[in-house]
Ligand binder design. Structure first.
Ligand code: SAM
Length: 223
């Protein structure tokens, strides 16, 4: 998979994409990351990427030319082009699964008041990572990248498997315990110590259901 970011702040990507599982996925050749500064494609001599809104009002608007020019320069066959936008479809695990099968993904990251509406003609999806407003799309695109890349086969090791993760099963995940068996008076549930795999599975399933009912009953009604 090739992931491209159209951004005014390519330096924001280096640390996150070079670290831990995202960095390993790149080293293994499973994914490549390309942060492109669309200021380089402004098409004007002052490298201006934003301008005042027609009709007046506060804030600056991202001009169409830099984004169109940068997209054309990338010349990708049939990418998923995702506009990071608080007004978009809310991102979730299902969308991460769907996107993990793509060949090329482009994230367009805004950083001002808004986009010139004509930029929307370039995109296949408008996506929000939650009902709050960030200063720019960079952190949102990194959040999505993390959720997507870990689902690509070969990225996680068997121990790190995502099959049992919250949302993958439609439920929240069951509680976990590790050594020591007793810590400050808090005991590990007996069922996890007896080696009976059937009973352990049953306990995990019940705990998973209980946790989902308590914390996210909306997930149960989605099933
Ligand atoms: N004026 C815009 C509005 O009210 O919809 C918000 C612009 S925001 C300050 C600047 C940029 O941050 C957006 O263009 C988008 O790329 C990104 N952004 C902010 N919040 C986001 C969210 N919840 N999900 C995805 N991207 C977001």
């Amino acid at each position: 998979m090739n992931i491209h970011y159209l951004t005014l702040f390519p330096e924001m990507y280096e640390g996150v994409l070079g670290t831990s599982i995202l960095g390993r996925a790149k080293e293994k050749g499973i994914v490549s990351y390309h942060a492109v500064n669309f200021r380089d494609y402004s098409g004007n001599k002052h490298n201006k990427v934003d301008d005042y809104p027609y009709g007046g009002g506060a804030g600056m608007v991202l001009k169409p030319e830099p984004v169109f020019n940068a997209m054309e320069a990338m010349d990708l066959k049939s990418p998923r082009v995702i506009l990071m936008c608080p007004q978009g479809r809310p991102f979730d695990q299902k969308m991460a699964e769907e996107l993990s099968e793509e060949e090329d993904i482009v994230f367009i990251c805004g950083h001002y008041e808004g986009y010139d509406e004509r930029i929307r003609t370039l995109v296949t999806d408008e996506v929000s990572i939650g009902d709050y407003v960030l200063t720019g799309g960079e952190l949102a695109s990194l959040t999505m990248t993390d959720a997507i890349v870990r689902l690509i086969p070969g990225v996680l090791s068997r121990e790190e498997s995502h099959q049992e993760d919250s949302f993958s099963t439609g439920l929240l995940e069951h509680p976990h315990y590790t050594r020591p068996r007793e810590y400050r008076g808090m005991e590990v549930p007996e069922v996890l110590l007896n080696g009976n795999h059937r009973l352990i599975e049953e306990w995990r399933r019940e705990e998973s259901l209980k946790r989902t009912k308590e914390r996210r009953p909306d997930l149960l009604s989605d099933q």
